[in-house]
Design a protein around this ligand. Structure first.
Ligand code: GRF
Length: 220
């Protein structure tokens, strides 16, 4: 008798807006050898286009509307309850625009990934593209990192670079950065599902080795 194949790691994705990163992950998950399964998509905004993308792909969705909750703690509690219902192996923040409480982040330590549109540790927070332009950066980009208590400060796993052009605006730069996110995020999620990346005490681990500096994809 043939043994049942090992179950694939389950992935839950949280988004707030357009969901172009979500779409890239849905597309990647349709590849035959993709090592994980997207089990649900959650949003904090009922109008988020990300919800439509998920529905189109027949993925279960849920909404926890932050405007309906009195405090960050209450919102995070409701979000946590929804997530625990699915008990995912990995939670992917894909343009999820809410700051998570320490309790939430600790509860899912090592299972929570985020994409941030800068070459961290540069430009944590918002308006990263304009700030990179204002600073005269020649190279900008995006980072995929483990989420820890420090906002945009968890160990970075991989980064993709984008060359800044003289004629760039924040919008044109954002467009090229997002195109790179759509390539990089599925790669990192594959690694996670294959058990190749873990969160160590201060660093990410890749294939059992400390990742002292993030893997870098140069601009192409
Ligand atoms: C991405 O650029 C990501 O870096 C940032 O928010 C944006 C989300 O875009 N955190 P989308 O909703 O995936 O299109």
């Amino acid at each position: 008798m043939k043994a049942d194949p090992a179950p694939q790691p389950s992935i839950l994705i949280l988004a707030s807006g357009s969901g172009s990163n979500l779409q890239a992950l849905i597309d990647a998950s349709r590849e035959r050898d993709f090592p994980g399964k997207i089990v649900a998509v959650g949003c904090n905004r009922p109008q988020a286009f990300a919800l439509e993308r998920a529905a189109q792909a027949n993925i279960e969705t849920f909404v926890v509307d932050h405007t309906k909750h009195q405090s960050r703690e209450e919102f995070d509690g409701a979000l946590m309850a929804e997530i625990l219902r699915h008990n995912p192996d990995l939670i992917v923040l894909a343009g999820f625009m809410r700051i998570l409480t320490t309790d939430f982040v600790r509860a899912f330590r090592g299972k929570l990934l985020n994409v941030h549109p800068s070459l961290l540790p540069k430009y944590t927070g918002l308006n990263t593209h304009q700030r990179a332009l204002d600073a005269g950066e020649a190279i900008h980009g995006t980072s995929i990192h483990f989420v820890t208590e420090e906002l945009d400060g968890g160990p970075v796993i991989a980064q993709a670079e984008v060359q800044v052009l003289p004629e760039d605006t924040a919008e044109s730069l954002e467009e090229r950065v997002q195109a790179r996110e759509h390539v990089l995020y599925p790669i990192v999620i594959r690694w996670f599902c294959e058990g190749r990346i873990q969160l160590g005490s201060d660093f990410a681990m890749f294939d059992g080795e400390l990742l002292k500096s993030p893997m870098r994809l140069p601009d192409n």
